[in-house]
Design a protein around this ligand. Structure first.
Ligand SMILES: O=c1[nH]c(=O)c2nc[nH]c2[nH]1
Length: 444
C-alpha cells in the first residue's frame, strides 16, 4: 500500500488491560502505518470536506472486520515436515527419535530453502504476520529461513539453534563452533538492515547446552542488543535431567539465571512446571513466556497455568510450537489455550479459565509485548504499523438463514459476534487479506 488507504467498517483489537475493543468506523493507512482513525460520522465529515479525495476507500461488508495479525511466539520451522507425525513419545525421546534426525537434514540448503518457503507462505495464509522462529543447528540452512521471510515479507525473529552437548543423533557442535556461528548469524541478519527481521540468539535448552555455551550466547546477545529464546520446564523428566547435570543449581531457571540469559529481551517456551520461586524470578527479570498448549498436551508434558503466570505479571504470548504442536495456526493455539485453562478450572482452580477475548489478546497484543514489539504492532493505535487481517466470518459460503446471521442494530455488538464466530470456527478461508506493514502478503 503506497497510496493512502482507508478501511471503513468494523475493526476489533485488544487494549493493555486485555479487554476487547470493537469499533465501527475508519482506519487510514499511509506508508504501512496507521495515521488516522475515528467514527463513521467523522469519516463522513472528512469525506464530504474532500479530505479523503486521494484515498482508496475500502468499504467492509456486514460480515467482514479487520483484526490485528496473529503473532506466533514459538515455532520450529525445520520441524514442518513432521507435523502430525511421531507424537507417541514424551519430549526427550521424541527429540531423539524424530526431531533431531529431521533437523539434521537442514545442512542441505536446497532442502532448507524448499521447506522454509512453504513454512512462511503457510503461516501468512493462516494469518501469522509475525513469527519467532527456531531454525536448525546450521548457519547456512537457517540463513535460508531468513531469505524466505524476506521474500514473502513476513515480520520475524529468526534464531540459529545452538547445542553443544552430545545426543544419540550426533546433532551438536563444539562450543567454539557454536559461539562463532551464532555470532556470524546475528551479524548476517543485521546486515540486511531490514526492520521486519531480527536475529534471536537461541540456545535450544539446558539439556543441550552447558554453562559455557549458555553464558557465551548471553554475551553475544548483549553485545548486539538481540533478543534470546529457549525452552524451560516443559516436562518433568527434562527438569530432573537438567538438575542432575547442574548439581549446584536448585532449579531449572537458576541454571539460566547463572548464565545471565534471563532478562526482558528473553522469551521462554512452555514454563509448564515452574515452582513459585521460579515464577517470582521470571517475573522480576521480566522474562516473557510463549504458551504452547498444543505441544504441552500432544507430548503429554502438562497443563501450563497461564492465569497464574498472568496474575504474577508475567507477559504471555502464544506459540504453535510445530511440530510438538500439531497445528501451524494460532487460531488453534487460541482454542487450546481456552481448553487447557478450562481443564485447570475443572480440576479445582477457581475463576481460572481464559475466555475467547483474553485468548485473542494473547494471540495479538500479548504476543507483541512478549516479543517487545508492542510499540510497533499488536493493536490499532495511531502510529503503529498496519499488521492486520481482513476477515469474513461467513466465508466461503455465507450465512444460511436469518437465524444464523442477523445484523444487529448495534454495529459494535454485531462485530463482536463476527469475531467470536471466527475465533471458535474460523480457518484460513475466512482470512481474505493479510497485511504486514500495510503490504498485502497472502500468496497461497
Ligand atoms: O516442544 C519442544 N520442541 C523442541 O524442538 C524442543 N527442543 C527442546 N525442547 C523442546 N520442546
Amino acid at each position: 500500500m503506497t497510496r493512502k488507504h482507508t478501511f471503513v467498517g468494523a475493526y476489533a483489537h485488544s487494549d493493555n488491560k486485555r479487554q476487547l475493543s470493537v469499533c465501527f468506523g475508519f482506519l487510514t493507512i499511509e506508508n504501512g502505518k496507521i495515521t488516522q482513525k475515528g467514527s463513521i460520522e467523522e469519516f463522513e465529515e472528512l469525506l464530504s470536506s474532500g479530505k479523503f479525495s486521494e484515498h482508496i476507500v475500502i468499504n467492509l461488508s456486514d460480515s467482514q472486520l479487520i483484526i490485528p495479525g496473529f503473532i506466533d511466539c514459538h515455532i520450529h520451522a525445520p520441524q514442518f515436515p513432521n507435523i502430525g507425525l511421531g507424537l507417541d513419545r514424551p519430549l526427550l525421546e521424541w527429540l531423539d527419535k524424530y526431531t533431531f534426525p529431521l533437523e539434521k537434514k537442514y545442512s542441505d540448503t536446497v532442502f532448507a530453502s524448499k521447506v522454509y518457503d512453504q513454512v512462511v507462505q503457510r503461516l501468512l495464509k493462516n494469518g501469522t504476520t509475525t513469527a519467532c522462529y527456531f531454525g536448525s543447528l546450521h548457519l547456512d540452512g537457517t540463513l535460508e529461513l531468513v531469505k524466505s521471510v524476506l521474500k514473502y515479507h513476513q515480520r520475524a525473529f529468526v534464531g540459529k539453534v545452538s547445542m553443544n552437548l552430545q545426543n544419540d543423533a550426533g546433532y551438536y557442535n563444539s562450543t567454539e563452533k557454536e559461539l562463532q556461528d551464532a555470532e556470524e548469524f546475528v551479524q548476517k541478519v543485521l546486515d540486511y538492515k531490514n526492520e521486519l527481521i531480527q536475529p534471536v540468539v537461541t540456545p535450544r535448552f539446558a539439556v543441550s547446552c552447558d554453562h559455557q555455551l549458555l553464558s557465551g550466547l548471553a554475551m553475544i546477545a548483549n553485545k548486539y542488543g538481540c533478543s534470546m529464546q529457549s525452552h524451560v520446564c516443559e516436562n518433568l523428566k527434562e527438569i530432573n535431567y537438567v538438575l542432575e547435570i547442574n548439581p549446584r543449581c536448585k532449579s531449572y531457571c537458576e541454571v539460566y539465571d547463572k548464565s545471565k540469559i534471563l532478562h526482558e529481551k528473553c522469551i521462554m517456551a512452555h514454563a509448564v512446571h515452574l515452582t513459585d520461586e521460579e515464577i517470582d524470578l521470571l517475573s522480576k527479570k521480566r522474562v516473557s513466556i510463549a504458551h504452547c498448549p498444543a505441544s504441552n498436551t500432544r507430548l503429554k508434558s502438562g497443563l501450563c497455568p497461564v492465569r497464574k503466570l498472568l496474575d504474577n505479571n508475567i507477559i504471555v504470548g502464544l506459540g504453535t510450537d510445530v511440530s510438538g504442536g500439531d497445528s501451524a495456526t494460532i487460531l488453534d493455539a487460541v482454542r487450546r489455550t481456552m481448553d487447557v485453562s478450562t481443564c485447570l478450572e475443572l480440576q479445582g482452580a477457581d475463576n481460572y479459565s481464559l475466555d475467547w477475548k483474553e485468548a485473542f489478546y494473547l494471540a495479538t497484543l500479548g504476543g507483541a509485548k512478549a516479543l517487545n514489539l508492542d510499540d510497533k504492532i499488536g493493536n490499532f493505535e495511531v502510529g503503529k504499523d498496519f499488521d492486520a487481517l481482513l476477515i469474513d466470518a461467513y466465508a466461503p459460503d455465507g450465512p444460511i438463514d436469518e437465524y444464523e446471521y442477523s445484523v444487529d442494530e448495534n454495529k459494535e455488538e454485531h462485530a463482536v459476534s463476527l469475531l467470536q464466530r471466527f475465533i471458535y470456527l474460523g480457518d484460513d478461508r475466512n482470512i481474505l487479506q493479510v497485511y504486514v506493514k500495510g503490504k498485502s502478503v497472502k500468496t497461497i
